[in-house]
Design a protein around this ligand. Structure first.
Ligand code: F6P
Length: 356
């Protein structure tokens, strides 16, 4: 069999671990298999930048962060647009697939990547998609690889802030990755004992944030920790159109939402709120043990799907079991945090404020 493989979109810790799982699974069961790695995501497939990989390429990479193939963001909405030299990107990808006589293409990536994977499936290519993202927002799988590694890093960051916040009796805001969804902020916020957690799915009210800070003060707690998702929005902002919100944010000119909230807290309470942004550290370093196991299991399941020629699917983890989910059913959908879910209710029950 001849397999193509690429990693696309923002990277995460367990991309290599997942590719290793797929390739080990294939080499274990098939005598005659060739794996071609395309460099820098869909770019490599479009421009024919690839290399035949050997088992040596996949040795010692279980614990290695990043991606041995490189990655890039190629927006789905531009896939049907010709490139700057007039090249038809979709045709170019298909031509390279057929030129190499591939049986299947294994695509590791998040939501945008998945949409293009589905487009290639609709164009007749044999596709297997592997759900990657620290955001855990891929519809149709309980878990994405990268998520738990990122939780560990964001939690460590908030833990470190906790001790210094307590020493100085300060208010601290830690901005956690996640523009559209708040899974990472929710998990890291609970794991690190944040007092206020702000998610894109639960628009906040300034007054409620101040009330939560004052409640802690009254209880004799001089410091407050806020875990704020990159995409947190206020109740007022939630009423605006996307365009008007963008305009408003540009006019306000804060580097990010955490600084805007810090300013509001300073104005309302007279106390300074310090901001920490762990940023891309959340996508870096080695995968945590959970992700290594998840990646290995998803990889083995992908290898089996390839051997069975069970194409057109995402390899998902559902209720602790690997499952194949048709790309046609999930592509273009986002898995968001339900504001009324048990986890939020339980967090609220122990006094965590969501600013609502
Ligand atoms: O999609 C993963 C993600 O890490 C988001 O959480 C974050 O908002 C975004 O990527 C950052 O993207 P970039 O690497 O392009 O700055």
């Amino acid at each position: 069999m001849r397999i193509g493989m690429l990693t696309s979109g923002g990277d995460c810790q367990a991309l290599n671990a997942t590719m290793r799982g797929v390739v080990k699974g294939l080499f274990e069961k098939l005598d005659d298999v060739e794996v071609y790695g395309f460099y820098d995501g869909y770019k490599g497939l479009i421009y024919g930048n690839y290399r035949l990989l050997t088992s040596t390429d996949f040795s010692g990479i279980l614990t290695k962060g990043g991606t041995i193939l490189g990655t890039s963001r190629q927006p789905f909405k531009l896939m049907r647009e010709p490139d700057e030299n007039g090249l038809d990107k979709v045709k170019a990808m298909k031509d390279n697939y057929y030129k190499l006589n591939l049986d299947c293409l294994v695509i590791l990536g998040g939501n945008g990547t998945q949409k293009t994977a589905n487009l290639l499936r609709e164009e007749g290519l044999n596709i297997i998609h592997m759900p990657k993202t620290i955001d855990n927002d891929i519809y149709g799988t309980d878990m994405t690889f990268g998520f738990y590694s990122a939780i560990n890093i964001a939690t460590d960051a908030i833990d470190c802030i906790h001790t210094t916040a307590a020493s100085h009796n300060r208010i601290f805001i830690v901005e956690v990755m996640g523009h559209k969804v708040g899974w990472l902020t929710l998990y890291a916020g609970i794991a690190s004992g944040a007092d206020i957690i702000l998610l894109p799915e639960i628009p906040y009210d300034d007054k409620k944030i101040i009330e939560a800070i004052q409640k802690r003060k009254k209880a004799g707690k001089g410091f407050t920790i806020l875990a704020v998702a990159e995409g947190a929005i206020s109740k007022k902002e939630a009423k605006l159109s996307k365009k008007d919100l963008k305009k408003k944010r540009l006019k306000e000119n804060y580097p990010s939402v955490a600084y805007k909230i810090a300013d509001m807290i300073r104005m309302e309470t007279g106390s300074e709120a310090r901001v920490t942004v762990p940023g891309h550290t959340q996508r870096g370093g080695s995968p945590c043990p959970y992700d290594r196991i998840l990646s290995t299991r998803l990889g083995a399941a992908a290898a089996q799907a390839i051997i069975d020629r069970n194409y057109g699917n995402m390899v998902a983890m559902i209720n602790g079991e690997t499952e194949l989910v048709p790309l046609a059913e999930v592509a273009g959908k986002l898995k968001v945090v339900d504001p009324n879910c048990k986890m939020i209710q339980e967090a609220k029950a122990i006094g965590i404020s969501f600013g609502d």
